[in-house]
Design a protein around this ligand. Structure first.
Ligand code: AMP
Ligand code: MG
Length: 499
């Protein structure tokens, strides 16, 4: 191993398996983390550690700091950097890969699921290109907060296991405190992983990867006569559902490059991501997304574009006759839009307390979304306060709108529709409160928490994290976290790719 790298093998065992490194030779390189000067555990996700069968008490201190900074490897870790390619903002990069991340191994969690444990920010690798291999505290904590929020909202996501500060400063636009994120994922297999081998014409490796991915994420399809087509179909379904989930909570990923799209259907790589406050489909937060390619309203279409890139890599495996393969893949891709739409509509109906899947319900959804957009209503509060309107207190939802005539007309039609359905309005209202969050990671609250943490005060991060972990309940005393940003905040807000 190169100098300045941590030794492997002297920490406690995690019960790791290494199916990716073992079963997929040539897909990753053995590598070691960079040593950091003074690791300190910023936070351990104790509940997640326990879900993974790890000893949270043992890890919640200096030992955890050593391990999750990369300084002290678990005895059974086999750190590897994974190879992948990717379309970034539409342009293809054949060589990306883990430029600042290492997969330590896989554990089987308490539910019997195989989950990767990886470090992000653990130093340069053969894939680093000009990057320094490091991460800084603000973006590490953003990924922690938003991943936990998404998880609590019921949206599939990678999650933070720990955040560690390294005791060194990392140069970005300014010098910032260095940090490492320990991340848990169903796997780190990306559309870009397939693209890496497709671009090199390595069909045998693609076949291996296809079989591995299907067995790991969609084992019920493992016996399908056409493995590649079955995988494509499963991923199309998983991504349609995922992106519908994002859209329902106003989430904007910000960098939907194909290397940031998983085969598992989990959200991955929270960089310049954000949540929409006022309803505006053209909302873009990432400072590097100049053309609005990854704007809120474009996400469903970009999902399809990325899946088409996956389909291209699978063509040689689907059928030896390329025309037949393309026809079959195209048919699967065509199912994306209706699957997305069905899922989105079903989530929206639940948010509105509607129970019938027909044209009239769809029309009510469509009319409300149009009103919200035209009047820049707050996405989260509009849905949440509708249940109060059903309870006879429409003031709070009306306060989200400026032109009340149109809204009142819609409210009357909606109420009549709900009352004609099963259950009492009070029951419908309670059901709505179980799916419409009070608290989401509002950009101004996230920024305030990250800035405080970087300045040495972890308290706002803890308060926000605990509120985000119970998004449907609303934490007493934390009502301010449900509020939209002050007027002057949104204008200047951008999240940067200096992640
Ligand atoms: P991302 O935008 O975080 O999804 O990363 C895109 C690519 O850039 C991946 O290959 C990363 O590993 C790589 N990358 C991002 N930041 C760094 C960094 N500081 N050092 C080395 N590689 C990086
Ligand atoms: Mg990425």
């Amino acid at each position: 191993m190169p100098d300045g790298r941590s030794e492997t093998g002297s920490g406690p065992r995690f019960g790791f398996d290494h199916s990716y490194a073992r079963d997929l030779p040539g897909f990753s390189v053995d590598w070691a983390a960079a040593r950091v000067p003074a690791p300190r555990l910023f936070r351990l996700n104790r509940a997640l550690a326990q879900d993974l069968g790890l000893d949270a008490d043992l890890l919640d201190g200096a030992l955890g700091a050593g391990i999750f900074s990369g300084n002290l490897m678990p005895a059974d870790a086999r750190p590897v950097a994974q190879a992948y390619a990717g379309h970034q903002f539409g342009g293809f990069s054949p060589h990306l890969g883990d430029g600042r991340a290492l997969l330590l191994g896989e554990v089987i969690d308490r539910a019997g699921l195989r989950r990767d444990i990886a470090l992000k920010g653990s130093g340069p690798t053969p894939f680093s290109r000009r990057g320094d291999g490091k991460a800084t505290l603000g973006p590490v904590l953003r990924e922690y907060l938003i991943g936990e929020a998404m998880h609590a909202l019921g949206i599939p996501t990678t999650r933070a296991l720990a955040a560690v500060t390294t005791g060194e400063m990392v140069q970005r636009e300014t010098a910032l405190p260095g940090a490492v994120l320990a991340r848990v994922a169903a796997s780190h297999i990306r559309v870009g992983t397939f693209q890496f081998f497709a671009a090199r014409g390595e069909v045998d490796r693609l076949r291996l990867l296809t079989g591995y991915t299907l067995a790991r994420h969609y084992p019920h399809l493992a016996d399908d006569p056409n493995t590649a087509l079955a995988l494509l179909d499963a991923v199309v379904g998983a991504q349609a559902a995922l992106i519908a989930g994002w859209m329902s909570v106003g989430f904007i990923h910000g960098v939907m490059n194909t290397d940031n799209m998983t085969l598992s259907g989990e959200t991955i790589d929270y960089g310049p991501c954000a949540f929409m406050d006022a309803c505006a489909p053209d909302t873009v937060f990432s400072s590097i997304d100049q053309t609005g390619r990854y704007a809120y309203g474009n996400q469903p279409a970009i999902g399809q574009w990325n899946l088409a890139r996956l389909a291209e890599t699978l063509v040689p495996l689907i059928d030896s006759d390329a025309d037949k393969a393309i026809a079959a893949a195209t048919e699967v891709l065509r199912s994306y839009a209706p699957r997305y739409e069905a899922r989105f509509q079903s989530i929206l109906r639940a948010k509105l307390g509607l129970v019938r899947d027909d044209r009239e319900d769809a029309l009510l959804v469509q009319r409300l979304l149009a009103l919200m957009e035209a009047q820049a209503a707050d996405w989260t509060l509009t849905f949440r306060r509708l249940s109060d309107a059903l309870r006879g207190v429409p003031g709070a939802v009306r306060a989200q709108f400026s032109q009340l005539q149109a809204l009142d007309g819609w409210l009357a039609d909606w109420r009549a529709r709900v009352e004609s359905g099963p259950g009492t309005p009070a029951e419908r209202a309670s059901a709505m409160d179980r799916v419409n969050p009070v608290v989401i990671p509002r950009n101004h609250s996230v920024e305030a928490a990250l800035n405080a943490a970087v300045a040495g005060d972890a308290a706002p991060f803890e308060v926000l994290l605990s509120a985000l972990s119970a998004p449907f309940a609303g934490t007493p005393g934390q009502e301010h976290l449900a509020l939209p940003p002050p007027r002057d905040f949104t204008e200047g807000f951008r999240t940067f790719c200096g992640t």
